[in-house]
Write a protein that binds this ligand. Sequence first.
Ligand code: GUN
Length: 282
Amino acid sequence: MKATTIDGKAIAAKVRAELKERAATFAATAGRKVGLAVILVGENPASKIYVRNKVTACEEAGIVSSAYHLPADTPECKVTELIEQLNADKHTDGILVQLPLPEHMDEKRVLSHISPRKDVDGFHAVNAGNLLLGNGCLAACTPQGCIELIKSTGVRIAGKHAVVVGRSNIVGKPMAMLLLQNDATVTVAHSKTADLKSITRQADILVVAVGKKEFITGDMIKPDAVVIDVGMNRVDGKLYGDVAFEQAADIASFITPVPGGVGPMTIAMLLSNTVTAAEQHA
Ligand code: GUN
């Protein structure tokens, strides 16, 4: 039987409708709207689309967004000065620096300037560390979205073997931490993992974030697994996931499509972190 496709768009729409209400309650009590600042440096075409989508989503949720588009040759100190200004701005609840930054900048150093209280991407060492320790924190958006998608299937995470393929700071590592928090037994695999197939075939829950078109084939999937595809690989103008969807759908019980799976949830979780940051500052 074909796997059920997880409708990330519909689930994200529901989350966004709930957030709109929370943002309205905040505005009524605080006397101002929730505010998100988005910083984009340079002309990366994909980043421009992502930023536009984030700004539009904010507007729809009743969140005020301020977009700062700086030229690619902006010195790093100008970006960090802007971040410091926004840290001090009472109307800015969240600050997002769109990645990747131009090569002359040190991404980690730039991100370290964002106040952890306004770090709605969850990339600051304080938030990443608190996630590791199981403390309250602003957690990375894409992994949070993946957890919501897994929960939407009704499949219990506790006790399951979850395999995360990819170990980035943005997805793989925080994903593993969130799955652990939800009582999964977690394996993190990556580009140097030997015999990857023998590992992925053990996964009751398989989360793939490697950035390689259709890298995971049907034979690498355990029957009835829940498959979450974080990949967004644009080839000749078409978008592909990291999972060969048709093959995987013949084996898995639930699977996310690309597009329309994880992507919409990342934005919904960004809005969620922004409203949470506002509520915590109030
Ligand atoms: N670039 C790719 N994904 C992301 C993300 O989730 N946040 C930011 N800031 N930049 C990204």
